[in-house]
Design a protein around this ligand. Structure first.
Ligand code: 6GU
Length: 247
């Protein structure tokens, strides 16, 4: 997968060299290119923002640098067509489902903005020719879209074939489709069997796969109803079994 990021803070994306995403790059599974938006300005001060039409607080990112940057990046991959992801608190929610869809694309371009956002005409201009998605990572406001790009790239990269050592690693993920559909994952344990007087739940050491599966599901249901009752409300009743209903 090819991944381009256009930003005024290229150094903010340095964590993409590290850990899972860094390894995916090193393995040739991800081709990440970070571009400095200010290279596409022509004034001495490399200006990327200006005051908003209609008044109001804050600054708006000027359309011209974004247009030049996006034209350059798009030309470098033509005739391929990317999905353009525009991080904004006003966007549609970023979900596991969207991560899964984006993981199926050949090419993604991210356009993290600072200030009050990008001049609307940029989204219209590229939206007329490409699949442009305005996406939010949650109901809170960040100073810019760079941290959301790190979040989204990590969520997408771990779904790419060959990135996680074990292909089953995300089968039981919270939010993944499957037997635990829509439930949060329950607690996990490893050795030693006792730590500071606290024992690992006996069932996990029993070797009884049926009882273990039932226990895990009960714990997932408990955690979901404690932390995310909205997910229980929304879940498909057909995905619950008779033991779930009793619980
Ligand atoms: Cl994508 N950007 C910013 N600036 N704030 C956010 C966000 C994005 N998602 C949630 N808050």
């Amino acid at each position: 997968m090819r991944l381009d990021v256009v930003t005024i803070f290229p150094e903010y994306l340095e964590p993409l060299d590290v850990s899972l995403v860094g390894k995916a790059r090193a393995a040739g599974l991800l081709d990440v290119r970070v571009h400095d938006l200010r290279r596409f300005t022509h004034d001495r001060h490399h200006t990327v923002d200006d005051t908003p039409y209609g008044g109001g607080p804050g600054m708006v990112m000027k359309p011209e640098p974004w247009g030049e940057a996006l034209d350059t990046v798009l030309a470098s991959g033509a005739p391929a067509k990317p999905v353009i992801v525009v991080p904004t608190p006003s966007g549609r929610p970023f979900t596991q489902d969207l991560a899964q869809r984006l993981a199926g694309e050949e090419w993604l371009i991210f356009t993290p903005a600072r200030y009050e956002g990008i001049d609307r005409r940029v989204i219209e201009e590229y939206g007329a020719r490409f699949d442009v998605r305005e996406v939010s990572i949650g109901d809170y406001v960040l100073a810019g879209g760079e941290a959301p790009v790190l979040v989204m790239v990590e969520a997408v990269a771990r779904l790419l074939p060959g990135v996680l050592g074990n292909a089953d690693s995300h089968r039981d993920d919270s939010f993944a489709p499957g037997a635990m559909a829509g439930l949060l994952e329950g607690p996990v344990y490893t050795k030693p069997p006792e730590w500071r007087g606290r024992a690992v739940p006996e069932v996990l050491i029993s070797g009884h796969h049926g009882r273990i599966a039932r226990w895990r599901r009960d714990e997932a249901l408990r955690r979901t109803s404690d932390n995310r009752p909205d997910l229980i409300e929304r879940c498909d009743p057909a995905s619950l079994d008779k033991h779930d209903r009793a619980a």
